[in-house]
Design a protein around this ligand. Structure first.
Ligand code: HEC
Length: 106
């Protein structure tokens, strides 16, 4: 794929949430999640850092955006989302939405 295709794909990224999740987005989200799993477990367990699996994708994206624009105060998440594009955050939202939530164990 040439540079032109990549540019078009990035431009389309902003419209992406209106359409059904594609496997390609999820795969990209999984790739990006290698940074997240150093803190957030991907099995839905909360080890002091909140679980982020199984959220509706639009809510997940909204939360990431609120860190990016510094509405939410956490400096770690602000730094991380500061490096992510909208397309990256959408892919992460789709990927994490696809992971099963922890079954309640009480
Ligand atoms: C260095 C550790 C660290 C890394 C890496 C990290 N996070 Fe976080 N994340 C946190 C902490 C701590 C919180 C809780 C912050 C707060 O209280 O607002 C959090 C909160 C969140 C929340 C909100 C959870 C909630 O219940 O409100 C989301 C969504 C999230 N992170 C997504 C991600 C994604 C996606 C990545 C990877 C791109 C990532 N995080 C990488 C530490 C991390």
């Amino acid at each position: 794929m040439g540079l032109r295709c990549t540019t078009v794909a990035l431009a389309l990224g902003a419209l992406r949430l209106a359409t059904p999740a594609s496997a390609a987005d999820k795969a990209y989200g999984q790739y990006l999640s290698s940074e997240c799993v150093t803190c957030h477990r991907d099995d839905g367990q909360d080890n002091g850092i909140p679980s982020i699996v199984g959220w509706p994708a639009d809510q997940f994206l909204a939360v990431l955006m609120s860190y990016k624009v510094k509405d939410r105060p956490n400096p770690v998440m602000q730094a991380i989302t500061g490096r992510l594009s909208l397309q990256d955050m959408e892919a992460l939202a789709l990927y994490y939405n696809s992971l099963p939530k922890k079954i309640a164990d009480d």
